[in-house]
Ligand binder design. Structure first.
Ligand SMILES: Cc1ncc(COP(=O)(O)O)c(C=O)c1O
Length: 432
C-alpha cells in the first residue's frame, strides 16, 4: 500500500513541530512513524486508510474502546454546559466519590490532568510530609516527564554501573545535574540491593516510588514479596510508599495493583484508564498525608477538573462498576497471551511472557527478565521485525519492545483469533 498521505502529513508536520510529532515517544523513525486518521472500538485507521487492530490503546488509556459511545455521549452532554470554570462542580466530586468507592484505602484525593502531574505532586506531598528530600525509584520505571523522576528510565544497562552502587542517569538533557543528588535508582526486584540502600539512606528518604510491574519496560512483574518488602521497609524508615498506578489503575482490576497485591501504599497515582482517553488523573491515598495539601503545600492547575476529563472519567468508572468489564478483558487477554506463548514455543523461539492479561509483553532470547538489566539482553531487533511484519498485516502493537500490548473491552474473541493468525504468519515470515 502506498503511504502517500502519511508522507505528505509528515512533511507538513516537520515544518511546524520537532520530529513531526507532539511527543518524542510517537516518533518511531523516519520511514515508519505512523499518522492516524481515526479509530473506533479496537480498530484504528491511518491517514492512508490502512486498518489495524490496535494494541497500543494510546499507551493504555483506552480501556473500553476508541470512540466509545456511552462515554462520548456523557462528554457531549456535559460540555454543552461549559468546560472550565475555575470553580468546583458536582461532577468532579462524583468522580472522586466513585474512585474512593472502587479503590480500597483511597481515603482522599486530588485531581490532575496527566500522569506526569500526578506523580510530580505526589513527590512534593511526600517531601513536605516527611520533611525529607531523597526519592528512591527503580531502573526502567517511568513516572512521567518531570525532572524529579525522569532518571534511569531508558538508558542502556551498561550506563547504570554495578547493581550494588547504581549510577542514576538523567532521561534527558536539560535536567539539572544537581537534581541527581535527590534521587537513588536501583534495579527492580533486587531485594538485597534494596535492603542495603534502605539501611544506608532510609532515614533520609521521603518516598520510594514504583510502578507495580515495570509497565514501561516489558511489563516485568514484581517478584513475589518484592512490593511487600518495599512497603515494609518504607514503614520501618518512615519513608512514604508511592505506588504509581498510572498504567495499572482501573486496568488490572477496579482497585488496581493496590487491591491485586493487597498492598497499603501511602499514596497512589492514577491517569490513563481512568478517563478512557479523556484527560483525567489523580493522586491520593492516606487522608493524613493528603491533608497536608493546602497547609502550606501547593497542588492544583487550571485544567484539573476539566469537564471532558471529568465526564470521561465519570462514564468510564460507572461502566467499570456496573459490568464485569475488566474480567472480560482479562479472559480475552489471557487467551491472546497464551496463544502468543504457544506460537513462540512451537517456532522454537526462546522467550518469556510478562505482565497481566490486559497489559502484557514478551521478551525474545531470554528465559526470564526480572528487571531492566536482564531485559536489556533480550533480542529487541527480532521483536521489532515481528512488529513490522504485523503492521504490514494489519495488527498494531507498539514497535518498541518496552511498551506492553494493551487490550480493551472492544477487543472481541474474533479480534484475538485474527491477531493470533497474524502473529503466527509474522513470526514465520521473520524466521524465513
Ligand atoms: C507508570 C506511569 N506513570 C506516569 C506516566 C506519565 O503519564 P502521562 O503521560 O499522562 O504524563 C506514565 C506514562 O506512560 C506511566 O506509564
Amino acid at each position: 500500500m502506498t503511504k502517500t498521505n502519511t508522507k505528505a502529513l509528515r512533511e507538513r508536520a516537520l515544518r511546524v513541530t520537532p520530529l513531526g510529532v507532539n511527543s518524542n515517544f510517537r516518533f518511531w523513525g523516519d520511514e515508519i512513524t505512523p499518522y492516524v486518521k481515526k479509530a473506533k472500538g479496537c480498530r484504528l485507521w491511518d491517514v492512508d486508510g490502512k486498518e489495524f487492530i490496535d494494541y497500543r490503546m494510546a499507551f493504555g488509556p483506552i480501556i473500553l474502546g476508541h470512540a466509545y459511545d456511552e462515554v462520548d455521549e456523557k462528554v457531549i452532554e456535559e460540555i454543552r454546559e461549559g468546560v472550565l470554570f475555575a470553580m468546583t462542580g458536582e461532577l468532579e466530586i462524583a468522580v472522586e466519590e466513585m474512585m474512593i468507592d472502587m479503590v480500597p484505602g483511597l481515603e482522599s484525593l486530588r485531581l490532575a490532568c496527566s500522569g506526569t502531574e500526578a506523580t510530580m505532586h505526589a513527590v512534593r506531598v511526600a517531601r513536605a510530609f516527611t520533611g525529607r528530600e531523597l526519592i528512591l525509584k527503580f531502573e526502567g520505571n517511568y513516572h512521567g516527564l518531570h525532572d524529579h523522576l525522569l532518571w534511569s528510565t531508558y538508558a542502556p544497562a551498561e550506563a547504570y554501573g554495578n547493581s550494588r552502587s547504581p549510577i542514576a542517569i538523567p532521561g534527558s538533557s536539560g535536567i539539572p545535574e544537581s537534581m541527581g543528588n535527590l534521587i537513588i535508582t536501583l534495579p527492580f526486584n533486587d531485594r538485597e540491593v534494596f535492603e542495603r540502600a534502605m539501611y544506608v539512606y532510609g532515614n533520609s528518604i521521603a518516598a520510594v516510588v514504583t510502578e507495580p510491574c515495570q509497565g514501561n519496560c516489558g511489563a516485568m512483574l514484581p517478584a513475589p514479596g518484592f512490593l511487600e518488602l518495599v512497603q515494609s521497609k518504607c514503614r520501618e524508615y518512615g519513608a512514604l510508599f508511592i505506588l504509581d498506578e498510572v498504567k495499572t489503575g482501573f486496568r488490572i482490576g477496579n482497585g488496581g495493583a493496590r487491591e491485586y497485591y493487597k498492598l497499603k501504599p501511602d499514596l497512589m497515582t492514577y491517569a490513563k484508564a481512568l478517563g478512557n482517553g479523556y484527560p483525567a488523573a489523580a493522586l491520593g491515598g492516606r487522608r493524613d498525608v493528603m491533608d497536608i495539601i493546602g497547609q502550606g503545600v501547593a497542588q492544583g492547575g487550571t485544567y484539573t477538573n476539566n469537564k471532558p476529563g471529568m465526564a470521561g472519567a465519570w462514564a468510564t468508572l460507572k461502566l467499570l462498576k456496573e459490568k464485569p468489564i475488566l474480567k472480560t478483558i482479562e479472559k480475552r487477554g489471557k487467551r491472546l497471551m497464551d496463544g502468543i506463548d504457544r506460537i513462540l514455543t512451537e517456532e522454537d523461539i526462546v522467550h518469556c511472557m510478562n505482565g497481566y492479561p490486559s497489559m502484557f509483553s514478551f521478551a525474545i532470547g531470554i528465559e526470564k527478565s526480572p528487571n531492566q538489566r536482564a531485559w536489556n539482553e533480550s533480542d529487541k531487533d527480532m521483536y521489532l521485525e515481528i512488529m513490522e511484519a504485523m503492521f504490514e498485516r494489519g495488527v498494531m502493537p507498539d514497535h518498541d519492545a518496552r511498551e506492553p500490548w494493551f487490550l480493551c473491552y472492544s477487543h472481541e474473541e474474533k479480534d484475538i483469533d485474527e491477531t493470533l493468525t497474524v502473529f503466527r504468519d509474522s513470526v514465520k515470515a521473520v524466521k524465513k
